[in-house]
Design a protein around this ligand. Sequence first.
Ligand code: FES
Length: 163
Amino acid sequence: MALRFTDQDMKEIEAICQLYPDKKAATLPALHLAQKRFGFISEEAIRVVADALELPVAHVMGVATFYTMYNKKAVGKYHVQVCTNISCALMGSREIFQHLKRKLDVDLGEITKDGLFTLQEVECLGSCGTAPTIQINEQYFENMTVEKTDALIESLKKGEIDV
Ligand code: FES
């Protein structure tokens, strides 16, 4: 079925456009909305955003491919992004990442069999002072350890918390 924004989405996009001097500036929030609505930013999703903003597809494509926060393929319900840049690496994030690979039984970018998790290694999340940092969906988890990560994953699995 063809992707399309809901009427409510279109109202949201109109409201976003009001905040900026031109529609190009609304590309990032419109892509965020598309990611929330469609799960990831496919070429079709890019066309939907371009249509909604009345912008060239090439412009939206350029923005979507530049920023790593837009998923170009499907991810699990929880997109686990472990920062392995220098501050986090010094504080043990690579061990956490390797542990998660084993625990979730996935490789980089894969979705777990239950569809719950996708594991990703990312560059600096801008939270070096509280390294190691993990981002799951939109939420940061800081000062992480292998043990804290285990507890977090279990809580997500059991539905005790949501992000
Ligand atoms: S190095 Fe990990 S948040 Fe900056």
